[in-house]
Each structure stands twice: as C-alpha cells, then as structure tokens.
Design a protein around this ligand. Structure first.
Ligand code: CA
Length: 506
C-alpha cells in the first residue's frame, strides 16, 4: 500500500512539475542598460532621462515590447564575480562567499559550497538545470582534470577555473569555464569534465549549445521536466580592439561612424585612447543581440515560448569613455551599475515599463523562483527580495526598496604566501530614484576619503559631483537610508560601525 501511495504521489508530483515554466536567464558581461536600441524608440524614450546608445539590437527591441522592462536594475557590486555570487545565492557579497573578483591568489573570494543557489532550488523542484558560458564565481585551484595538480592555465596567478561536478550546485548539464577573454578561441569544460577548444565567437558557440539543449540533442535533459538554463555570454567584454573580438559584419555596421556619432553620452570623452574601441563594443552588443534572437526563435519553433520565462540582463555595465575613467566597471556611475532587466512570461507578465522598481543583484534569484511558483522554496538565508508579484501585477509582495546599495571591496590581509585572505570594504554607497552617493574610505585610517554625490534627475549624466559640505541634508538622508540596508546585507560597515559620525547606526 505504501508503495502504491508513493507511486500515486510521484505521478501527481510529476504532473505538477510538468506544468511548471521553463526558465532561461541570458546575461552578457559588460552590457550597460543604455546599450539597447529600443530606448530611443516610441514607448520607451519618454520613460528614461538618457539617450540610448546608437546600437542596432532588433531582437532585443522586439523582445522588450513583449516583456516587463525595468529602467533601474542595478548591479550592486559592478564586477564579474561579486555580481555572479549575488545572482546565484540571492545573498549580498559578504555572505555569498564571493567578496571580490575570483583569482588564484584570492582564496577570500569563492562561491560557498554550502550556499543554496538558485540552481539547487530548481534542481530540488525537479528541474533539469544547465549552465552554459562564463561562470567566474569560483576560486581557481590546481584541479585541471587533464593535468592533475595544476591550474587550468599557466598564468600566475591563474584567473580561469574548472568547476568540478561536486561544486556545480544542481546544474546537471555543464558547458562552462571560469574567465577567459580570447573571444574567438574560447574553451569549455563539459558535464564530464572534458575540455573543448573552439574556434568560433563565444556567444555564437554558446548559443549553438543552448539550442542543442533546447532541442534535447543527446538526451541531455529530462524531456518530461521543466528546465532552468543560464547562458552567460562573455562579450561584450574587453578586449575590444579588432574583429577578433566581435563579428566582422556587426563591426561593419559601426565602422563608418565617427566617434562623436557613437559616443553620444555628453559625459563621454571621445579623445580617450580607448574611444575607437566603442565600435567593437557596439559590434559585440549587436552580435549578442543576434544570438539572443536565435534562442528566442528556437523557443518559438519548438513551441516553448508560452511556457518559458525568459530574462535578459547582464553582469554590470561599461563606462566606455564616460566619466574619464579607463575602468569599464567597479564604479558607482550609471554606465557601470545600471544593467538591462527584461522579463518575458507570456500570459503572466504584462509587457510594459516599470520605472519604480529598484531591483538589484540579490533580488534576481528569489524573484525568478517566485515567478516559477517556487516562492515557498526560497532559502531563508536569501537577502534579496522576491518581486515576482509585482512583475505579475498581483497584490502583495515585499515593499519596494527606496535605495539599493553600492559595494566596492579591495584586498585586505595577506598570508605568508601572499594570498589575499580578507577583503577591505573600501567603498559603500546607495542608489535611489533621485541620487547616487558613494563613500570611500582611506584604507590606513578607515576615515572618509571622498564622497561622490550626484542628483540623477537634475544631472542624468552625473557630470556635477555635488559638494558634500553644501549638501549635508541630502548626505544625511542618504546615510540614514543606507544603515538598514547595510544591516540587511550583514555588511562589515554595519557590523564594524564604519564612519559612525556619518552613518546613524542603531
Ligand atoms: Ca564582468
């Protein structure tokens, strides 16, 4: 009898899970929110106070009209590994394990094995889970499957990494690597740990793999179960210096344009040495748009579009000559923090623009789980918020945040071998609907070194750093907003009461 009952339950459980939506999360790397063509078109341009980049993205433009599009999704710590740690775990960077970029001499930064990741939850719910592309969330160790005892690359310190099966957090299909920027000669390790050397632009190759997964070639997933697939394109990502980095025909679309025609943001400096790389940057964006279009077309032709949640976002942005900085990321500027967030779920999410929801990295995991009907399975350790009700136009759901945090960490203490074993929380800040503020510490004294403060409504391109001493009322208000957020993030600034004269800790 017991056996029979179990059988009945498992059949009904199978039927329930069979109706669950598939989820596809596509995220290129350094793609800023502004680099999508639809922002300059009817129905979108009036919702933002910036001019969109002059990029050609027909697939994203069409997808945006079928999706909920956020104007203010922020990558809290706009750097590869920390964002990925927050995305996967739903926890801020002090608890995800990924406190800064992952590299062999920084054991301090490594995705926690004991964290319950988004893929762990989907896998436990019966989903097939696939990870394709760049991961960059694990500390590289000498675990090359082909060369026991060695790192996967001979660069010292090693950046690229192999993720063994026991560290894959429920992903049962694997075609990934750590980090590697030779865009037309990428490599990957598959589910069995075999290395593949490829001569093809990486987003195109990864899309080939994604399409094969959708078609279930080689019986790589359970055809009776829904799937969760993450596709992590590296481009657009530096280097952007030749057609070795992007599709040639996409480059041709921008080759004849002047730098002034391309770098349209008034805070961009077209005289920077880096400026001509904008052509390759935008060509990479167009190339990614085409590959994303292939995924959408495949969903249509396989009849999967209606029951698949599709998200397009990115790791963080790219300053690309704005603000006079050569650092493409890791700064509080809008070009660095503001990322795409387009979510399509036919019949459940009404297309439109949401200018009020200030979403950020740790919110993505619980929101996706909520959209898939798995809100009850969101781990209690998650620090992000499940905004699925808002996406679906339903009552309830958590309050919207008035602000979201900005993080920057630098290396802290080193051990006798020179390995970085702790991080220094050098900068914290906040992004609200109106302001961006970043407070930066002097590492030796832990006192305030600088304040960056922008009125993003009056000054959308952040060209006027407001003097703090003349704007103390605003600074105080923003500091007061930061305290509960820092507490929620279990951040060292809160835990160690950093800058107590400025931040009104309880
Ligand atoms: Ca990145």
């Amino acid at each position: 009898m017991k056996h029979l009952l179990t059988g009945v339950l498992s059949i009904s459980a199978t039927l329930a899970i069979a109706k669950s939506p598939n989820v596809i999360y596509v995220f290129p790397d350094q793609m800023r929110n502004h680099a999508m063509g639809f922002w300059n078109s009817e129905g979108f341009r009036d919702s933002v106070n910036f001019t969109g980049d002059p990029v050609i993205t027909p697939n994203l433009d069409a997808f945006a009209r079928q999706s909920k599009v956020l104007t203010s999704c922020q990558s809290n710590f706009p750097l590869s590994s920390p964002h990925r740690g927050m995305l996967l775990t739903g926890m801020f960077c002090n608890n995800s394990g990924v406190s800064t970029n992952c590299v062999a001499n920084r054991p301090v930064s490594d995705l926690r094995d004991d964290a319950v990741c988004i893929s762990d939850v989907f896998a436990a719910a019966g989903y097939s889970c696939a990870y394709i592309g760049k991961l960059h969330a694990h500390h590289p160790t000498p675990n090359d499957p082909d060369r026991p005892g060695k790192y996967v690359e001979d660069i010292v310190p090693a950046w690229d990494a192999y993720t063994p099966p026991e560290r894959r957090h429920g992903f049962d299909y694997w075609y990934s690597y750590g980090t590697y920027d030779v865009h037309k000669h990428p490599h990957y390790w598959d589910t069995q740990g075999r290395r593949h050397e490829i001569s093809q632009w990486s987003p195109e190759h990864e899309t080939d793999k994604a399409l094969a997964y959708l078609r279930n070639e080689g019986n790589v997933r359970n055809p009776d179960a829904p799937f969760f697939m993450m596709v992590s394109y590296n481009p657009p990502h530096s280097p952007y210096r030749s057609t070795e980095d992007c599709p040639e025909d996409a480059y041709a679309l921008y080759a004849g344009k002047t730098l002034g025609e391309l770098l349209v943001r008034p805070n961009a400096d077209t005289t920077m040495t880096k400026a001509p790389s904008v052509r390759y940057y935008f060509a990479s964006v167009t190339g990614v748009d085409r590959q994303f279009g292939r995924i959408l077309n495949a969903l249509d032709s396989l009849g999967l579009s209606d029951n698949t949640i599709v998200v397009f976002s990115s790791d963080h942005g790219e300053t690309m000559c704005s603000q006079g900085t050569n650092d493409p990321k890791n700064s509080p500027y809008a070009e660095s923090m503001n990322v795409p967030m387009l979510v399509r779920y036919p019949g459940h999410i009404a297309p439109g623009i949401d200018t009020q929801l200030l979403m950020s990295s740790p919110d993505i995991m619980p929101t996706l789980l909520g959209l898939a009907g798995l809100a009850d399975s969101i781990p209690s350790a998650v620090e992000g918020r499940d905004y699925s009700a808002r996406f679906m136009g339903l009552e309830g759901g958590p309050a919207l945040r008035e602000g979201t945090l900005y993080f920057k960490n630098s290396d802290g203490a080193k051990d006798s071998l020179g390995n970085v074993v702790s991080y220094f929380p050098v900068s914290r800040g906040i992004k609200t609907a109106r302001y961006t503020m970043a407070l930066t510490l002097d590492k030796k004294t832990r006192s305030l070194k600088s304040i960056l403060l922008f009125d993003d409504i009056a000054d959308p391109y952040q060209q006027h750093n407001l003097p703090a001493e003349e704007n103390m009322e605003i600074v105080s208000q923003l500091c007061a907003l930061m305290v509960p957020l820092l507490k929620e993030a279990d951040d060292p600034w809160y835990n160690e009461r950093i800058l107590p004269d400025l931040l009104p800790y309880d």
